[in-house]
Every structure is written in C-alpha cells, then in structure tokens.
Design a protein. Structure first.
Ligand code: PEP
Ligand code: MG
Length: 746
C-alpha cells in the first residue's frame, strides 16, 4: 500500500470484514487478518500483540515472523519498540528498527531480517488492548498515508477485540470484560454491597466498524454533528443569563463542535472505510491517549470537553445510552468516572453502592453517599473501562476494594462477611432504645449527623437522641441555583417536625474549601482549606447568612431553635455572627413573626486557635462542638483529603488528645456544653476514648450509633481514662495500642 489510495484502504477493510464473517475460531481469524494486512500493505511482516495482563504484551498472531514464537514472545509495557507503542499510545515509525532507541532483540521471532518497523496502538476509549505492527526488509520510512491506513485497521481490530472476535477454540486469548478483576481504590464510605453494575454513562458498543457506503456514512456523520451543534447552542441559550464559567465551557464545546480539523479527520476516516461511529470513536480514543500524557490542566480540560462531546455524538449516532434509571438492574451499583451530588441524589437510596474512577474522600459525592449510607469507593482506576452494565460486582467500602465479576470463592467469602455485618446490625437494633450508659454508670449522648431530607427517617431507626450536626450546605450543594428563603424554611420545618422535639443543631452554611456552590463565583485561592470559607464568607457577605437565619426562625415557628456557626477561629467572629442573630430576631419581632421559644447559639471548634480563646468566649458561647475533621487537619497540618498524609496521624495521638482535654477542661470550668461531631465520633475506639477524656455528647453518622453504643455499654470510662494517662506517662506517641489491649480483655 506504498501508494495507498482511500479505496485500497476500504478494500482492505472489506476483506477484514469478510474474514470476520467466516466461522473460524479466534486464532484462525487473527492469523487471517495478519495475512491480509501484510498482503495489502506489501510488507513481509504483520503481527498483532495483545495484552495478557496490565503489564504484559504477547505476540498473538504473525505473518512473516517465526510462527513458533506466537504466544511465546512476551514483553513488558515500555519494553522494546512494541512496548513503547503500547506505553505511550503513540506510533513508532522507523526505517532502521535495530538502530532505534529502545529496540530489544527477540531472537525467537527471527525479526533481525527486517529493517523498517511501523507500530500503532490498538486502543479503545482509553483502554489499551495491544499493538499492531508491520515490518519490511527494505530500509524505508512508512508514508503518512500508510501510517494513517494502519491506524484505521488498528481501530477495527480494537472493535473486533471488544466484540470478542478473537476468542474461541485454539486461541490463547482470554475474552475482554469476562475475567474477574480486583480493583483497589480508597474507602470513602464503609459498608459492603453486592449487586450489578450500572454505568452512569454506559459504553457505546459499535457493532459495525466497517461501512460499505462512505457517502451514506458521511451524511450520517453530518446529520449527527448538526444535531449535536443544535444541542450545544440550546444549552448556551438556556444559560445565557447564567454563570460565566459555565458559558465558557459551553463556548469551548461549541468551538469543538464546529472544529474543522476534528470534522476533517473523521471524514477522512470514513473515506477509508470506517463507519461514522467508528470514525468518532477513533478520534476519541486518540484524544484520550493524548489526555493521559498532557500535564497542563487547562489542556486536559479541553481534551476532556472533546471527550464528552464525542460521547454525545456517539449516542446520537447509535441511539444508545438513552437509558433511564427505570432500567436499573436489581441491586444496582453505580459506576462512574465522577458524579455530582445532584445526580447521585437522583439515584438516591435505590443504589446499593457507588464506585468512582476519580473522586475523593472529601468530595461532594462522598458527602452525599455518606449521608445516604451507601458504600463508596473512590479512585478505583480502570473501573469504567473494565465494567459492563449488568456485571456481578462486590464493593467492600471498608477496605476500598472492588471485586468485579468475582470468582465463586471470593463471592462466598464476601457473603460471609456481609452476613456477619448483618448479624452485628441485628445486635445493634436490639440495643437501639437503651441509653448509652457505661459500666461505671456514665451516660453518653449519642446524636446523629444529617444534611438531607433522606436522613430524617434515621432519627427514628438509629435511636439517635437528636441531630448534633445538620450540615445545611448540602441543601445548597445539590441545587443549581441559590435556594429561596421560603424554600429553606419549608425544609428546616420538615427537619424540626421529624425531630418531634429532639434537639437539632443547624450549622449555618459551611461552603468554600472543597464545597463549591455551582452558582457562586469560585475564588481562585492557593489554599482553599485555609481560605475564604464558612463563617468568613458568611460575615463578609452577610446576605445569605441573614436569609438562612430568617428561614430557620420561621421554620421554628415559636419552637426551640439551635444554631451553630462553623469554622470560628476567634472570639470576634463569634460575636459578629451572634450579632447577626440578634438583628434577625429583632427584624422578625418587628414583622410580628413568632420568635423561638429558646434560642441556643453555639460555635464549632475546628481551629486550634479557638481552644486558646479568652475565657470570656467560653462564658459567652451557648455551646461548642468539636469539628474533629478540620481540627485534626489543622493541628497536624495534614490535609484531610490527601490520602498520603491523612492517615499518618492518629486521632489517639497524645498531643491531639491533650488538646481535646484542654477544651474539655475549659468547657467544664465555664459550664459550656461540649460535643464532638467529626467522623471520629462514629469510630467505636476513638469514641470511647473521647468519652473517657470527658466528652459526653458524640454526633455521628446514624449507622455508627449501634457500634459505638455497643462498645460504650461494655467499657469502664474511669479505667480507660487511667490507661490513657499511663500510656502518656510512658511517653507513647499514641495511646491506641494500650487502649486496644484493654478492649481485647473485655
Ligand atoms: C468537621 O470538620 O469535623 C466537621 C464536622 O465539619 P465538616 O466535616 O463538614 O467540615
Ligand atoms: Mg469542618
């Protein structure tokens, strides 16, 4: 194909399709394909290397190399020229292979006779499948046209591999998407779940990569692109009065949708014999390969826009992906690259679990999954390429492990574990209505954290004595525009109604840092966790805070009301916030609205500085709640969202416990009610230690109340307090080992 023409390229594809239509087993098909390609391109060699596992490529068929080396010759990713093509997803084209950088001689193949080498990646939507190579004796560079032609063929091979065309008798190939896979991610919400894969954005399956009539395909592509453009224009119109950032993204979409280069390449692919959808996917695969190499975040985002656009186009062309949640399988486990809190809420409690390829423990999706008590694993690399809709899947939210299409043995072990957890749950429900009184007669109040309407039924079922932390920002995060005062008042009223007089601590809006409202202009800060967030935003721009305070007072409608301000770092901030409450009260009074019967106003202690605030602050504040998640991150200077450093410092580290003890002492001396509402309150060992050093109110996820209570009922806090003191005197870094010894003896 040295002077290849488009029609020759098309002829080859048609021959390939005929080869596929035959009833040979997988290996015979693959052999036939290599023969056809070598013949059509006029090269002595054509070989197909496919991945055996993530790291190893295997020669699976060849025309021209020694046939004994088939299924024998293997190389690692990055090794030799073939390994290089696979690793970087880039073409290698050289007239002098033995002299090329990275060449590795494989004597069993007999390839020393061949001088020129052209290798192209076989890849499908970011999934690396293998490498297609042609070689010839003659020392020459392959022309751009030949490279292009081979890429088109590689695309077809990728589609065929995906469709399982090379699997079958006589083939040493294992089928894609059928083996069991274990993926390790990060645990973002505990719990175990078994179910079936539900892809948030299902993979489009292309059954017709080769087309007969390029004119028809061209028309199909143009029609689809027109539909896409109209769609993007519509999105732009809708958001015309909207947010500037969003407009910019849509403008970028429009630019791509009208991009001449993108269109031209796809038209060229079609003229070489690909169907319209195969042409779109070829461009998409190449964009994904580029995406994995690009460091620049702006460029990466643009490439990801292009990826998104290609997905839309594929859906238009194939009519696939228009599934609705009505088609959810039994026990659905949601798989997505990433997902916003709004989308996740739409699925709601119908999901058994969620696995995200990206995402982080502190992401909004994680907050929602936690609120919904759905096991969540984030950072599970390759999950979206590996999983197919309906696959059997098991999610271990404790360990952050995902078993996709598990073997029977794994399934059995996993079910045993789930059964044990269910038994434990039964045990917990039997103590639901008992107060948490320790062996030495001390009572600990167990409350729950909430933030969504979906949490309210847990108030009954968990046995919580109230809501110790209601994260009001969740209601703001799940919307795409600022909620109105009346809307909020209705929501807060429902919360108070569900509480039937139990205490509900409403925390005012805690946004900023990782919690970014889609409808508020984002601030570009070098350290958002230390930046303009929570009460700092509330005081600088008091409009929203005032609206929220009013909504709370109206919801209370004369009943007792508890308000807590987040992230207070110094006395003055509390005073200023408190003054806003007074102003709102005054306004409500003037308007003739009923005022709360009792109004309790407190603060979260989330920065070390507040532990050292003047005595007067402790006297004035209505109550304090320790936000251990933030307090710990600032105390140890370790980002709570950074997996590398997050686990490095133990909550039971003596320095951290000393800080908590100091807060306890200061609160005791001023009669200031104190609670702890960070995640550690819901971890049984941490919880009993916090109780031992004097914290008598713990607020946690509803699912943690049972396990925490169960342990509290068995411990003697005085004894535990002594164990903690002794470990500290011995100079230990963490009291955990000593505490564990004590608990084991119980
Ligand atoms: C905390 O910081 O411990 C806390 C409860 O608040 P959030 O996790 O919402 O920041
Ligand atoms: Mg916090």
């Amino acid at each position: 194909m040295a002077d290849s023409t488009e029609s020759e390229s098309r002829k080859l594809l048609v021959r390939l399709r005929e080869a596929m239509a035959g009833d040979e087993a997988g290996q015979a098909r693959l052999d036939k394909i290599t023969h056809l390609i070598a013949d059509s391109m006029g090269t002595e060699v054509c070989s197909v290397y496919l991945f055996r596992d993530d790291e190893t490529l295997e020669l699976c068929a060849t025309e021209g190399l020694n046939t004994e080396s088939v299924h024998q010759t293997r190389m690692r990713m990055g090794e030799g020229l073939v390994g290089r093509v696979a690793k970087y997803g880039k073409v290698v084209n050289t007239p002098d292979a033995p002299g090329a950088k990275g060449f590795r001689y494989m004597p069993e193949t007999g390839e020393e006779r061949f001088s020129s080498f052209l290798g192209v990646p076989v890849q499908r939507l970011g999934e690396k499948l293998g490498v297609l190579v042609v070689q010839s004796r003659e020392e020459r560079m392959f022309s751009a046209d030949e490279v292009y032609g081979l890429e088109v063929v590689a695309m077809v091979i990728a589609e065929m591999t995906e469709l399982g065309a090379f699997v079958g008798e006589g083939a040493a190939l294992s089928p894609l998407h059928q083996q069991s896979v274990l993926l390790r991610g990060t645990s973002a919400q505990e719990g175990s779940a078994e179910g079936h894969v539900w892809l948030h954005e299902p993979r489009v399956v292309i059954t017709n990569p080769i087309a007969d009539d390029p004119h028809r395909e061209m028309e199909r592509l143009i029609e689809a692109v027109d539909e896409l453009r109209v769609g993007v224009d519509k999105m732009l119109e809708v958001s015309l009065d909207g947010d500037k950032e969003q407009m910019q993204v849509l403008e970028a979409y429009r630019m791509f949708a009208n991009s001449k280069g993108w269109m031209r390449r796809m038209e060229e692919d079609i003229s070489r014999g690909l169907s319209a959808e195969a042409a779109v996917e070829k461009e998409q695969s190449q964009a994904r390969a580029r995406m994995s190499q690009v460091q620049d975040s702006y460029l990466r985002e643009r490439l990801s826009d292009l990826d998104d656009l290609s997905n839309r186009l594929l859906r238009i062309l194939t009519g696939q992906g228009a599934t609705s949640s009505a088609d959810l399988p039994v026990d659905p486990i949601l798989i997505a690259r990433n997902i916003g809190p709004g989308d996740l809420l739409e699925y709601g409690r119908s999901l058994r679990g969620v696995v995200l390829e990206e995402g982080s423990v502190g992401s909004h999706a994680a907050i929602v999954a936690r609120a919904l008590a759905i096991p969540l694993v984030v950072n599970a690399k390759r999950i979206t390429t590996e999983a197919l809709n309906g696959d059997h899947i098991m999610v271990d939210g404790e360990q952050g492990v995902v078993h996709l299409r598990p073997e029977d043995m794994v399934t059995t072990a996993f079910r045993d574990k789930m059964a044990m957890q269910a038994k434990a749950q039964e045990r917990y429900s039997s103590i639901r209505d008992r107060p948490a009184v320790t062996k030495d007669g001390k009572t600990v109040n167990l409350m729950m954290n909430a933030g969504l309407m979906a949490d309210l039924p847990s108030l009954e079922s968990s046995g919580a004595e109230g809501v110790g932390l209601f994260r009001t920002e969740l209601q703001f995060l799940v919307r795409n525009k600022m909620p109105k005062r009346t809307e909020l008042a209705v929501l807060y009223k429902r919360v108070l109604d569900a509480g039937h007089g139990k205490r509900v601590v409403f925390r005012t809006l805690d946004i900023g840092s990782d919690k970014v409202l889609p409808y508020m202009k984002p601030t570009d800060e070098p350290n958002p966790a230390l930046g303009w967030r929570a009460i700092r935003v509330g005081l600088d721009k008091p409009g929203v805070m005032r609206m929220q305070l009013q909504a709370l007072m109206r919801a209370a409608d004369g009943r007792p009301l508890t308000i807590m301000f987040p992230f207070v770092a110094q006395f003055e901030e509390y005073r200023a916030a408190r003054a806003e409450v007074e102003k709102t009260l005054e306004r409500e009074r003037r308007l003739g609205h009923p005022l709360p019967e009792v109004l309790d106003v407190g603060a979260m202690l989330e920065t070390p500085s507040l532990a050292f605030a003047p005595q007067k602050f402790f006297e004035e504040v209505g109550f304090l709640s320790i936000g251990g998640n933030d307090l710990k991150q600032f105390f140890f200077a370790a980002d709570r969202e950074n997996e590398r450093v997050r686990k490095r410092y133990d909550t039971l580290n003596v320095s951290f416990l000393s800080l908590i003890e100091r807060i306890v002492e200061r609160c005791e001396s001023t009669n200031t009610p104190l609670s702890f509402c960070g995640e550690d309150a819901g971890r049984p060992i941490e919880a009993v230690c916090l109780a031992a050093i004097g914290i008598r109110t713990l607020s946690m996820r509803p699912a943690s109340i049972g396990p925490v209570k169960s342990l509290l009922l068995r411990v003697d806090l005085d004894a535990l307090r002594k164990i903690i003191a002794d470990a500290r005197h011995r100079g230990e870094q963490s009291v955990r080992p000593a505490v564990m010894d004590y608990l084991r003896d119980l």
